[in-house]
Design a protein around this ligand. Structure first.
Ligand SMILES: Cc1cc2nc3c(=O)[nH]c(=O)nc-3n(C[C@H](O)[C@H](O)[C@H](O)COP(=O)(O)OP(=O)(O)OC[C@H]3O[C@@H](n4cnc5c(N)ncnc54)[C@H](O)[C@@H]3O)c2cc1C
Length: 480
């Protein structure tokens, strides 16, 4: 069919066209609410989970709410999350996120050493001509700038502190090791200026979605303006975009749905695992290359509720430094996975909680353990590192982002493998378009964001970007 014949044949308008959005996370919700606002009528979201929100997962805990996924609004300038809520007085500044660096022999690094490490971490940047990985750049500048200054006579502690900093970077950038992280992760990301850890006053990140949805802020999952448009527990198993007409989607339960436009927002982890079966015919080679090259790393959280806050008043949080001999012993024990815990900190406005973070392969292993075993490990860690005793918590909650087949990880990064394959986010986000220019299958989600990947603001922008693509396409197509 020629482009011109197809254009005549495709006579849909905003009123009649059928749009299916796969996934009801931040990007799917952003796309759907914008399309409805703009007068599109037939917008349906198919969500595999039994809830909306995706990697925003605000849940009740300790008489309040906590986030198992996204938690902070990272920055103020050029951040659409901040822009959306800035006049509503819903965010708290958490300010300086200072922690104590604690060694596995219970020693705490001096204030001066802590200051130098923190300054280095805050100011560390990757030069545009950087060759190799972020790990290479970090090693070089650390030993030049910090190793000698903060620890002139003690290369051992300097090395422990560097390992600790590396774990911290992995938790921010969702890589398993900094040596697999591409400089592009720093060079392409546009950090929004201002406070990097704005928190939601016990309402959790759901507060942001409740505003997009005009839903109840105290009821995570309320669908607000999307009521009647969302289909929960509906995993899409196949997207058939063969031919030149409509796209046919098959749900896991056999239900068939037809659409003129599909916006696919599933995570990069789901794409990696499922794309060969999910798309019929197979995706083009450049898209597959980007799915293969980019990475969805694993970062998980622990939330612990105590009768009384176990950390002393002045202690906001701790970061763990392993002595070489302790690490050796740990690696031979059943608690080997504790090596990848970055540390623990207090939770804003929730004085009885502690929150901990774990990264990479050990985070994936932790997901396979029972809660009892996880708690046994965490209590062992507290005893190992702290000179005061931490009582058994009342409750534990931990995230398991990798083992959930609807996510398969936490957030995306550029590994050096993506550089080797010469691929990136442009290929991932580009739509499958009919020769006439009609978008057929579009891609949104944090991993498709060029400059704000791995964040909620990036996911939201990507949903709006794909909504705008359709709004633009239907401009001038008069209603009959
Ligand atoms: C532990 C953790 C901490 C984080 N902290 C922050 C933070 O502090 N600040 C910040 O800005 N960002 C943070 N993020 C990142 C942020 O949560 C994500 O970037 C963002 O929420 C991703 O939204 P999305 O719409 O791209 O994807 P998702 O939220 O993953 O949405 C995709 C949806 O698709 C559904 N789905 C998958 N497969 C199918 C299928 N076959 N059929 C139908 N539906 C399907 C999924 O269930 C999911 O609901 C964090 C993430 C994690 C995991």
């Amino acid at each position: 069919m020629s482009a011109c014949v197809e254009e005549t044949a495709f006579s849909k308008t905003k009123e009649t066209t059928r749009i299916v959005i796969i996934g009801a996370g931040a990007s799917g919700i952003a796309a759907a609410t914008k399309l409805l606002e703009q007068g599109f009528k037939n917008v349906q979201l198919f969500e595999a989970e039994d809830r909306i929100g995706g990697r925003i997962n605000t849940v009740p805990f300790a008489n309040s709410f906590v986030d198992l996924g996204a938690q902070w609004c990272h920055g103020e300038e050029g951040n659409v999350v901040y822009e959306t809520v800035k006049d509503l007085d819903v965010l708290d500044r958490t300010g300086d996120f200072a922690v104590y660096f604690v060694r596995s022999n219970k020693e705490i690094l001096s204030d001066e050493q802590t200051k130098v490490l923190k300054e280095f971490k805050d100011e560390f940047e990757v030069k545009p001509d950087c060759e190799g990985s972020v790990g290479d750049a970090l090693n070089e500048s650390y030993w030049k700038e910090v190793g000698q200054k903060a620890f002139p006579d003690n290369r051992t502690i300097a090395k422990e502190a560097l390992d600790c900093m590396k774990r911290h970077i992995c938790s921010e950038d969702a890589c398993d090791t900094v040596s697999e992280l591409s400089p592009r992760n720093y060079l392409n990301f546009h950090q929004s200026g201002g406070d990097q850890n704005l928190s939601w006053r016990q309402k959790g990140f759901w507060k942001f979605l409740s505003i997009l949805l005009n839903a109840n802020e105290d009821q995570p999952g309320d669908q607000g303006v999307l009521k009647g448009h969302v289909h929960l527990n509906k995993r899409i198993a196949e997207i058939n975009w063969s031919g030149s007409g409509e796209t046919t989607l098959r749900c896991w339960n056999g239900q068939i749905v037809s659409a003129d436009h599909v916006i696919c927002t599933v995570s990069l982890g789901v794409l990696k695992e499922k794309h060969p079966k999910l798309f019929v015919p197979a995706l083009p080679a450049d898209k597959v290359r980007s799915i293969t090259g980019l990475k969805l790393g694993t970062v998980n959280k622990f939330l612990l509720e105590f009768e009384v806050q176990p950390f002393p008043e002045e202690m906001r949080g701790i970061a763990c430094l392993w002595l070489e001999e302790d690490l050796k012993e740990l690696r031979g024990s059943k608690f080997f996975w504790l090596e990848s815990i970055c540390g623990f900190h207090r939770v804003d406005r929730q004085p009885l909680l502690l929150e901990g973070w774990i990264i990479g392969a050990h985070a994936r292993y932790m997901e396979t353990l029972s809660e009892e075993k996880v708690l046994e490990g965490l209590m062992w860690l507290f005893r190992k590192f702290l000179s005061f005793s931490v009582p058994y918590p009342k409750n534990l909650l931990r995230s398991q982002w990798h083992s959930n087949p609807n996510f398969r990880g936490s957030y995306s990064c550029y590994p050096t493998y993506a550089d080797e394959l010469r691929t990136g986010r442009t290929d991932l986000g580009s739509p499958l378009v009919h020769v006439s220019g009609r978008p057929r299958v579009q891609f949104a989600g944090e991993a498709t964001s060029q400059t704000h990947f791995s964040t909620v603001h990036g996911a939201t922008e990507s949903g709006w970007r794909e909504a705008d693509r359709l709004i633009e396409f239907y401009k001038g197509r008069a209603e009959n």
